[in-house]
Design a protein around this ligand. Structure first.
Ligand code: FES
Length: 269
C-alpha cells in the first residue's frame, strides 16, 4: 500500500500513545484508517488480576490456588538459543546463493521468519545490489555473506509493538524523507519510528528509542545454508525475555513473504 499521510495519520491521531515507555508490555491489535485501535493488554491484565483477587477474597483460601493457577500465563519458551536452519519460500533450504539473487536493497518485499519463538517474526534483509548491478550501502554492520550484506532484525517495532508489515523496509527513493540522513531505513507506519538496517537497526527517529533486536545469522559455506543462532539487543517487544512467551519454532523456520505497507509520513525530527 503506497500513499501519503492524511490528516488521520496514526501517529498524529494517537499522541497519547507516545507517552507509553518503550518496551512496555503492550500489544497493538491493528491500525485502521479511522484511527488508533490499540489494545492496552497491560491494563487489561491488571483488571483481570483484580477481578481474580476479588474472587479469592470471597471464596477463601481453597479457591485461591485454582484461581491463581488460571491467572498466570503458561511458562513456555527456551533456556538457550537453538541453531535453526532457514527454509526458503519454496520449501527448500535457504542458501546464500539464492538470498543474493532473490533479494536486494532495492526491493521492499517483507521477507520474515520466526525465531526463536513462534510469535517472534524477524526481517531477512540482503542490502547488496541485485546480480549485475552496483550500488547499495558501503557497509552493513554484522552483515554476513560474500558481500557482508545479509542481516536479520526483529520485525516488531520497539515502540508499541506494531509488527511487520506495519514495520517495513523502505528502499532508497521510496519517500522524499531521509530520517537521520539515511536514504534506506525501516519505518513503522503506526507512529513513525525509523531504524537503520546498516547499523544494527539502531533507532534513527522516535518515538521508539531502542534498536530492533538483531538475529545473528550463520552462513555454512560447505552447504551454503543459512541458520539463525541467537538474538542480541533488547528483548523483543512484548516479551520480558526473548526466550520466553511462546513455543519454539522447531527444527527449521520457513520464510514468509508479505507486501510492504508504505506511508511517506514522519514525525518531526
Ligand atoms: S509502534 Fe509506535 S512507532 Fe511503531
Amino acid at each position: 500500500m503506497i500513499g501519503d499521510c492524511p490528516a488521520s495519520c496514526p501517529f498524529v491521531a494517537s499522541a497519547d500513545a507516545l507517552r507509553f515507555p518503550p518496551g512496555q508490555l503492550h500489544h497493538v491489535a491493528s491500525v485502521g484508517p479511522g484511527g488508533n485501535t490499540e489494545v492496552d493488554e497491560t491494563k487489561r491484565n491488571v483488571l483481570k488480576l483484580l477481578a481474580v483477587a476479588g474472587v479469592v477474597a470471597a471464596g477463601g483460601g481453597g479457591l485461591a490456588g485454582g484461581a491463581l493457577q488460571y491467572a498466570q500465563p503458561p511458562a513456555v519458551g527456551l533456556t538457550s538459543y537453538p541453531k535453526v536452519p532457514l527454509i526458503d519460500l519454496d520449501g527448500s533450504p535457504l542458501t546464500m546463493k539464492k538470498t543474493m539473487s532473490e533479494y536486494s536493497y532495492l526491493t521492499s518485499d517483507v521477507i520474515t521468519f520466526n525465531y526463536p519463538l513462534r510469535n517472534e517474526p524477524n526481517f531477512l534483509l540482503n542490502l547488496a545490489p541485485p546480480p549485475g548491478k552496483t550500488g547499495g550501502p558501503s557497509s552493513v554492520k554484522n552483515g554476513i555473506g560474500p558481500k557482508n550484506s545479509v542481516v536479520a532484525f526483529s520485525a516488531i517495532c520497539q515502540h508499541l509493538g506494531c509488527p511487520a508489515p506495519n514495520l517495513s523496509y523502505y528502499p532508497p527513493g521510496t519517500c522524499s524523507a531521509t530520517p537521520g540522513g539515511k536514504d534506506l531505513y525501516l519505518h513503522c507506519v503506526c507512529h513513525g519510528s525509523t531504524y537503520d538496517p546498516t547499523d544494527g537497526a539502531s533507532n534513527l527517529t522516535g518515538p521508539a528509542i531502542l534498536p530492533l533486536p538483531q538475529v545473528t545469522l550463520e552462513w555454512n559455506q560447505s552447504d551454503d545454508s543459512i541458520s539463525a543462532v541467537r538474538v542480541d539487543g533488547p528483548p523483543v517487544n512484548g516479551h520480558l525475555d526473548t526466550l520466553q512467551g511462546d513455543y519454539p519454532v522447531g527444527s527449521t523456520s520457513q520464510l514468509q513473504k508479505q507486501n510492504a505497507i508504505i506511508l511517506c509520513a514522519f514525525p518531526p525530527e
